[in-house]
Design a protein around this ligand. Sequence first.
Ligand code: DGL
Length: 278
Amino acid sequence: MADSRAIGVFDSGLGGLTVAKRIMELMPNESIVYFGDTGRVPYGTKGVQTIRKYAVQDEQFLISRNVKMIVAACGTVSSVAADTKDDLPVPFVEVISHSVKDAVDATKTGRIGVLGTSATIKSHKHKDLIERLLPGAAVFEQAAPLLVSLAEEGWFSSDNEVARLSVQKYLSDMKRENIDTLILGCTHFPVFSELIKEYLPGITLIDMGVSAAKYIKNTLEEGGISNETGKSPEYSFFVSDKPVTFEKTVKIFLGANAEDIKTELVDVEKYEEGNNKN
Ligand code: DGL
């Protein structure tokens, strides 16, 4: 069996492109429909009810595009709204549990850090799962909301003083606690990998996109829904707003030129459960 329909991927904004990129690398045959809720980002500072409402609308938009799977490429949605999948007609993949498994496999000392948005850290989702899989683990959590804005601004390279100081400020407790593994619990954070490694030499970084992509590949293969039809993959991008920094941000997260990417605007508020309007 084979299925040439696209994988639907969504995030509060463009950070989820770090996950889309990993899917493209590991599954070059697969088409992707990406939705970035750029008009309503950030999600990570909002309340659970709002995040859940947004997640349902994002999912219903992707369903309207006839995708074969939905990937919540957002740590925040995966933390507090993953159960919105219960009404979906296609497989749903969140990004937390696979990264936790990889972190538990990687740690040698059992001292694991989690860096995420405020909503993600408040949910303790990573911590609870780590402690279930590795009883006795020491888990250190830190919300780093400012890093979302810095990433969107393109401020993450090692010569950027603001980014360097922010990384140091957010990670100083974990440095003192001698963690050996750090989960980048927000899809915006892989761009800070270089700065983090400079501050925490020898650290093992867990990128949720890498962990999720391995799981997605297995799920497609086991479900017999990989694209083995010979049809070339297509990438479609949709956003709820085209911010002035759009081109720059796409390049940061996807490593591709925004001019090569055709992007359509979507009024995502129209998409409610059982009410999918194109
Ligand atoms: N990409 C989102 C996440 O993984 C973070 C951005 C936001 O706060 O919306 O949590």
